[in-house]
Design a protein around this ligand. Structure first.
Ligand SMILES: [Zn+2]
Length: 50
């Protein structure tokens, strides 16, 4: 964990901070809700960060 990296959010499974460098896709739903999908470095799986 480095303070220099921008954190997208936290993994919903393990609460580990997910850095911007792990970003997979970032989009807005029709309802205007922002959804950020990234790879959690702890779970090593794709998660929707919150
Ligand atoms: Zn995780």
């Amino acid at each position: 964990m480095t303070a220099d990296n921008t954190v997208l959010g936290r993994c919903p499974h393990c609460e580990h901070p997910v850095p911007e460098t792990e970003l997979v896709i970032d989009y807005q739903t029709a309802r205007g809700q922002r959804v950020t999908t990234a790879t959690c470095p702890h779970c090593v799986t794709m998660v929707t960060v919150r």
